[in-house]
Design a binder for this molecule. Structure first.
Ligand code: GUN
Ligand code: ZN
Length: 428
């Protein structure tokens, strides 16, 4: 479909953060016009329809919001979601490293990548920053599958020369394989590359320095890692780097803290480190279901806000317990309650869409359904279950959105559109 086509529905997007004065764009009877995968108009049907005579209009029954952006997830951990027992370091050894070793096999990687991306679409997620494994072919498998689906996926080979024997690269192989992947995939489809040291404990100083060199050499790549998730992890980092000011400072010393850096978790952070992140323009992936599942702790969104740090939402599957960003927002609200702040439902939607896009350096392209942005969107069904139908009957927009976040999950995703094309449709 190359000519313009239009969707008539209730439309909602939150392109700017309401915590910083951003307004909610809502059109109860809206029209969104799409041409060649890009939004050309988004507004009231009554205003826009006369401007687009003759354009085919499809009615969508439900609430249209931007496609969700998952700022931190591990595709090779798909088959280890809901693995019982242990906090971070023990859970990695017991459940995760053995599962990741299987990605030395390309056929296995292809099969999991296909299932994983389809699961994202089923959950309304159209863009994601994704951990692969140490194997370069795990990235090829994911990118090839994403290319077929035209999804916005950012990923990279994991650097871990101090990892377990079955998952170790070397300073040299980590660098050359990363360079080769960047060269092989640059400019293809809607893909992006992230230099991905697993975390400070699994890379040598030389490899961390090499990661910094890669980020400096390639202005179009992101840096993606874990930071300050678990107390045992933090103690081990302090042991190994006794002169570092804190955990963030370890990454900083190797040139890994900048505006293209995305740090997952950041549960236990000093004010100094948050201030440094704010100044550097780095982003945090807030992963509430994972932080609860592994007993890592309660992320402090208000403190990140106070330091001006960009925040997106991550599911962090397999430590995360759901692919659904709706369900993840429900848990983010509960973490906010434990912190005494809650989480406004419009802000929550912003964090899971435009906020996440900004964290990934894609704020101009996706997340807001603004004219000129890519037409990735989701049709939400506020009556997806008997309970949701009962709770949202007669509800106003805010109540309906909140109910979807607290009670909703994949069942509430009626359709997912990628660049204006329907990529997932819930069976009748
Ligand atoms: N830190 C280092 N590796 C991992 C991982 O795979 N999952 C989580 N949650 N934290 C990590
Ligand atoms: Zn993770």
């Amino acid at each position: 479909m190359t000519g313009p086509h239009a969707f008539r529905a209730e439309l909602l997007s939150v392109p700017e953060d309401p915590a910083q004065g951003g307004t909610v764009r809502h059109h109860a009877d809206g029209l969104m016009v799409v041409e060649q995968g890009v939004v050309v108009a988004f507004g009231d049907h009554a205003d826009l329809a006369p401007r687009f005579p003759g354009v085919a209009v499809e009615r969508l029954p439900g609430l249209v919001v931007p496609g969700f952006v998952d700022t931190h997830i591990h595709y090779p951990q798909t088959d280890r979601i809901a693995a019982y027992g242990g906090q971070l370091l023990e859970w990695l050894e017991r459940h995760i490293f053995p599962a990741e070793a299987a990605f030395a096999d390309r056929g296995h990687a292809d099969a999991v990548a296909g299932f994983f991306l389809d699961e994202l679409l089923r959950n309304g997620t159209t863009s994601a920053l994704v951990f692969a494994t140490v194997h370069a072919i795990s990235v090829d498998a994911l990118f090839e599958a994403a290319l077929v689906r035209n999804m916005r996926i950012v990923s990279g080979k994991v650097l871990m020369d101090l990892g377990p024997e079955s998952l170790r690269d070397s300073v040299e192989s980590g660098r050359t394989e990363s360079e080769a992947l960047i060269a092989r995939w640059r400019g293809r489809g809607r893909l992006g590359y992230a230099v991905t040291p697993r975390f400070a404990l699994t890379s040598s100083d030389e490899q961390l320095a090499g990661a910094g060199d890669l980020v400096a050499a390639h202005p179009d790549v992101l840096m993606h890692t874990h930071l300050a998730e678990n107390m045992g992890e933090i103690a081990a980092v302090a042991d190994r780097f006794p002169t570092a000011l804190d955990y963030l400072d370890v990454y900083d010393r190797f040139g890994l803290v900048g505006p293209r850096s995305v740090f997952a978790h950041c549960v236990h952070m000093e004010d100094r480190a948050l201030a440094r992140m704010g100044l550097a323009g780095s982003s945090i992936a807030f992963c509430p279901t994972s932080n609860l599942f592994l007993g890592s702790g309660l992320f402090d969104l208000a403190r990140a806000d106070a330091h001006g740090v960009t925040v997106g939402i991550g599911t962090d599957v397999g430590a995360g317990t759901s692919f659904s960003l709706l369900a993840t927002l429900g848990e983010a609200y509960k973490v906010g309650q434990m912190r005494g702040t809650g989480l406004d439902p419009f802000r929550a939607l912003h964090l899971a869409t435009a906020g996440g896009a900004r964290a990934l350096g894609l704020g101009g392209r996706i997340g807001g359904l603004l004219p000129g942005q890519e037409a990735d969107f989701v049709l939400l069904d506020p009556a997806a279950t008997p309970l949701l139908a009962r709770r949202t009957a007669g509800a106003d927009l805010r109540e309906k959105l909140f109910a979807l976040q607290i009670l909703g999950d994949d069942r509430a995703i009626a359709r997912t559109y990628v660049a204006g094309h329907c990529a997932w449709r819930r069976p009748a």
